[in-house]
Design a protein around this ligand. Structure first.
Ligand SMILES: NC(=O)c1ccc[n+]([C@@H]2O[C@H](COP(=O)([O-])OP(=O)(O)OC[C@H]3O[C@@H](n4cnc5c(N)ncnc54)[C@H](OP(=O)(O)O)[C@@H]3O)[C@@H](O)[C@H]2O)c1
Length: 298
């Protein structure tokens, strides 16, 4: 009698269907498994410096092939060399093919002839990282030059859309592919002095959202990464080469670095095929929005 009571206490009948209802409870997990990226081909725009260059190096380390594009070919070649070293150090057998292609994403002719410039063996792109982008100036609305306005939209918005259009048809045909767009905290919340840049990044957010919805009946994945402050050439470009003004942006705060964003990009790309990280909003500690931050903690 006592043993019958004990067994019913240890193995109450109602627990059995609970365990059966969750068979995936024993699924193998890993902290950061990037093995799915081995042998995959990744195309990155704006890969000559900053976030794009760091992303190229990390994909190389994960065993991917990388097509590096930007306007500055010499800088791209240096990144390609760093990719070769990263791949060699990884000891991985797959991947390790790197191609440099000069590409101004704002130049329609260059975009439309991009595929011809990619070596045959790398034409089947698996991951597209739309990273090329920039900001110019802090002028208030009314004082913004027409050229700055046009250039920011041409690169950040039209360039990103043109490159996406180039690859989406092939992704649809193969029913696979991952498009990773680099948006910004400025695409979530506008700020004074960023009238055009914020508008371009809001456009990236909206375009990424439409794309995500349009490919819902496919295996294509769409991710938008929205970084806060990242210390790269970004602010030097904004202040037209004035490094001291650029340095002031990061004064008293520990900003993100390019590698922090590269890790998020590679993390998103390496998730299982049924997982789509639609948005990643990443800030440095001590930044809460484009304008709310704490500068006493560096
Ligand atoms: N840094 C930040 O705080 C921050 C925050 C949020 C979002 N972002 C976004 O992150 C992305 C990368 O920026 P970053 O911080 O790495 O800045 P970065 O160091 O200035 O790098 C920008 C990259 O974009 C490329 N690029 C610029 N114009 C181009 C064009 N017309 N065609 C092709 N490539 C072009 C540059 O290459 P070439 O000059 O060689 O062409 C460079 O490789 C951008 O979309 C930016 O808006 C940055």
């Amino acid at each position: 009698m006592a043993s019958r009571l004990l067994s019913s206490l240890h193995f109450p009948a109602r627990t059995v269907p609970i365990f059966r209802a969750y068979p995936t409870i024993h699924r193998k997990m890993s902290i950061f498994n990037a093995s799915r990226l081995q042998g995959k081909t990744v195309l990155i725009t704006g890969a000559s410096v900053g976030i794009g260059a760091a992303t190229a190096r990390l994909f190389a380390k994960a065993g991917s092939n990388v097509i590096l594009t930007a306007r500055r070919v010499e800088a791209l070649n240096e990144v390609a060399e760093a990719c070769k070293v990263a791949h060699k150090e990884s000891g991985l057998q797959q991947g390790g093919k790197f191609a440099v292609v000069q590409l101004d994403v704002a130049d329609r002719k260059q975009v439309s002839s991009l595929l011809e410039k990619i070596p045959d063996e790398l034409r089947k792109v698996d991951v597209l990282v739309n990273n090329a982008g920039f900001v110019l100036g802090t002028e208030k609305i009314g004082d913004i030059s027409e050229d700055d306005m046009e250039n920011m939209f041409r690169v950040n918005v039209f360039g990103l859309i043109s490159v996406t259009q180039l690859f989406i048809k092939d992704f649809r045909q193969r029913n696979t592919g991952h498009i990773i767009n680099i948006g910004s905290v400025a695409g979530r919340e506008p700020y004074a002095g960023g009238g055009i840049y914020c508008a371009t990044k809001h456009a990236v957010n909206s375009f990424s959202g439409s794309l995500l919805r349009e490919v819902v009946d496919t295996n294509i994945r769409v991710t938008e990464i929205q970084p806060g402050m990242v210390e790269t050439e970004f602010s030097v470009v904004r202040f037209r080469g004035d490094k001291s003004k650029a340095d002031k942006v990061y004064e008293g705060i520990k900003p993100l670095v390019a590698e922090d964003i590269a890790e998020e990009i590679v993390w998103a790309a390496s998730r299982p095929p049924h997982v789509n990280l639609a948005e990643i909003f990443i800030l440095p500690v001590n930044q809460a929005s484009p304008t709310i931050n704490y500068r006493g903690g560096k």
